[in-house]
Design a protein around this ligand. Structure first.
Ligand code: ADP
Length: 447
């Protein structure tokens, strides 16, 4: 038989248990609400990389179940303080809060007092000296009073271990004190804000750098194009006058004079080729070149170019041997493909020693690409130069004596052209054995 006392004890225990379960449910609900709030805030902040949109998203941050609004102060990369207008939830107070947010300065104090990740400070209307340190001047305090506040929660913005500003949550006089969970949430939110602000700042910097690089690239191309034009005009005139003298239009020409005129002509043509290459490179590099996209017979291209260069090769006791295989079509600009093949074959002839064996050309289909290989038994290219030779003005032998006439633009132009046509230009080379340059172009059906 249970006594009355025992019955009461059991009832009390049951009641206590029910109350505890109720508390746990409320706490779990609160926790879920905070987690949801943090997730929503993170989503809003990561929705943009634009700097001003990110600042606005930060200013719209709220704390769940509380009418708090916030002010934001950010230290810019060059050290200047930047304050942002606030967005007060009450439209009537918005203008006042906005002007207050523009004059408020807390970061000096925040840096010293709560400058580490996870730090925070809560200051109330009655905190006296502590309030003065945060708010600093009477005008700001008056403005805050006019808007109405009781609690200030100050959290630092720490970006990659550097103090980068402050967020201050302002809470009204009818609101309860900040609870520990709320403070923890505000600290979490400030960490998310720091990342969002950092990303937006890095993105803005990257955009600015890209714009500067584009501008300097365009200026460089414009300068090169202008210079090339300025140089080409007088050079063409020199060539023209030399021809007129050679033809005897200005009187009889002696044998010695003819020899000198031939030298002038050779040098004039060399300079013209160099300048044309510079102009071409400037145009392609600046994105100003147009490309046709047509079906090209690689065999026909090779046959044309070989016929053109067979004499130059023979003068060095070299032969050009093209492997006989079926027709291979590629997609590209016929003139540009021809230009690349001329460059590769000319280089093979230019850099191979006299009589050093045949220069071979092979055309195949590999995967979705039409592939053309030019192989030689020349000096080969040192491993550390295999990448750089595709950069403008880079040559393996930079001494004038061993440059063999070029300026180091042919491969840079050829690679840019190949890439612009959706292809690739690469090289495999062994020092003292020879080099094989490979041009890969898309097949017509792959487009
Ligand atoms: P250029 O021939 O005017 O110097 P390129 O851009 O065509 O310019 O070539 C760059 C450099 O690559 C050349 O100076 C040369 O050192 C090296 N090179 C190119 N083709 C060959 C080759 N077939 N064999 C050995 N070296 C080569």
């Amino acid at each position: 038989m249970i006594t009355v006392v025992e019955q009461r004890a059991i009832t009390e225990q049951l009641l206590l248990g029910a109350l505890r379960a109720d508390d746990a449910t409320v706490a779990a609900q609160e926790q879920t609400r905070r987690a949801g709030h943090l997730a929503t805030t993170s989503r809003r902040l990561s929705a943009t990389l634009d700097e001003s949109a990110t600042h606005e998203a930060v200013l719209r941050i709220t704390l769940p179940g509380r009418k708090a609004w916030c002010m934001l102060e950010v230290i810019e990369p060059h050290g200047a303080l930047r304050r942002f207008g606030s967005i007060h939830p009450d439209a009537a107070k918005r203008a006042l809060a906005e002007s207050l947010a523009r004059t408020w300065r807390a970061s000096e104090w925040t840096r010293q007092s709560v400058g580490q990740p996870g730090d925070f400070a809560v200051v109330t209307r009655n905190s006296g000296p502590a309030l003065q340190r945060v708010v600093r001047d009477a005008a700001t305090l008056q403005a805050l009073d006019a808007i109405g506040f009781e609690w200030l929660l100050v959290v630092p913005l720490v970006i990659r271990s550097r103090f980068q500003g402050t967020i201050m949550f302002v809470s009204g006089d009818r609101e309860p004190p900040f609870a520990p969970d709320e403070i923890a949430l505000a600290v979490e939110i400030s960490a998310v804000c720091s990342i969002a602000l950092d990303n937006a700042c890095l993105y803005a910097e990257a955009l600015a750098l890209r714009r500067a690089a584009d501008a300097s690239n365009n200026a460089k191309s414009a300068f090169l194009a202008k210079m090339s034009h300025e140089l080409r005009t007088p050079l063409n005139a020199i060539g023209g006058f030399v021809e007129l003298i050679e033809l005897g239009l200005y009187g009889p020409v002696t044998e010695d004079q003819l020899k000198s005129l031939a030298r002038i002509k050779t040098n004039q043509m060399h300079l013209l080729t160099v300048i044309n290459e510079i102009l071409d490179y400037a145009r392609i590099d600046g994105g100003h070149a147009d490309f046709r996209q047509e079906e090209i017979s690689l065999h026909r291209t090779v046959a044309d170019v070989s016929a053109m260069l067979v004499g130059v090769a023979a003068a060095k006791d070299l032969t050009i041997v093209a492997a006989e295989e079926g027709e291979v079509l590629a997609l590209g600009d016929p003139d540009r493909v021809r230009q690349i093949v001329v460059n590769l074959l000319m280089n093979a002839i230019k850099y191979s020693a006299a009589g050093s064996g045949p220069i071979t050309i092979a055309i195949t289909i590999e995967g979705e690409m039409a592939v053309l290989r030019v192989g030689d038994h020349g000096p080969g290219i040192p491993a550390h130069m295999v990448g750089p030779i595709f950069e403008p003005f880079i040559q393996v032998n930079e001494g004038l004596a061993d440059r063999r006439g070029g300026v180091g633009l042919g491969l840079a132009i050829s690679r840019e052209l190949a890439t612009a046509m959706g292809g690739k230009l690469t090289v495999e080379s062994t020092l003292g054995v020879g080099s094989t340059f490979t041009l890969a172009l898309p097949l017509p059906t792959t487009r």
